[in-house]
Design a protein around this ligand. Structure first.
Ligand SMILES: [Zn+2]
Length: 174
């Protein structure tokens, strides 16, 4: 049900969020939505069908040269640059949530729980984030965190929450 709802919601959007994702480390960053589309994809710097040429992105001046009237981009781009530098010898892909496996495509598609979001807001609350960024090592800390704050969508789906818990537990018992 929930996955179908997500898909319906996505169909109404003209453009999806766009990301850079390292398929070696399963770490990803927000690429900058429309700005990334126009200055990178539409400009032919990146494509969704081939790995990202990091140097071509570094050379895309239009992408890095953002107006001060877009503070969220000004804040985001240094993190994107650091991400590309850190993962430049790995396979980096450019795409939306469907293409990276962040958006479940069928019931029981738990690939999103392999990922850690390094910069950006959507999708931040995932098991690896709780362990690697928030330093949680007990599931009840996650429960409490989501009791106080706004839980991510998967928290409301028993099967997804259970899969997230299994992932979380496998990370903290390593
Ligand atoms: Zn990597």
């Amino acid at each position: 049900m929930l996955v179908a709802d997500l898909k319906r919601r996505k169909h109404r959007l003209k453009m999806n969020n766009l990301y850079f994702g390292c398929t070696t480390c399963h770490i990803f960053v927000d690429a900058g939505y429309r700005h990334a589309y126009w200055t990178l994809e539409d400009a032919g710097v990146v494509s969704r069908s081939t790995p990202v040429d990091v140097h071509a992105v570094f050379d895309a001046d239009e992408y890095w040269d953002v107006d001060a009237e877009w503070p969220w981009l000004e804040n985001l781009l240094p993190a994107v640059r650091a991400f590309l530098k850190a993962h430049q010898n790995h396979e980096i892909r450019f795409g939306d949530g469907d293409e990276l496996g962040l958006t479940p495509m069928y019931d029981g598609d738990y690939r999103l729980f392999d990922w850690l979001m390094e910069a950006g807001k959507v999708y931040q609350e995932l098991p690896r984030y709780y362990v690697e960024r928030m330093g949680f090592n007990r599931w009840d800390q996650v429960v409490e965190h989501n009791r106080i704050g706004t839980p991510p969508w998967w928290w409301h789906d028993d099967e997804y929450r259970d899969a997230a818990k299994q992932k979380f537990l496998s990370l903290v018992t390593k």
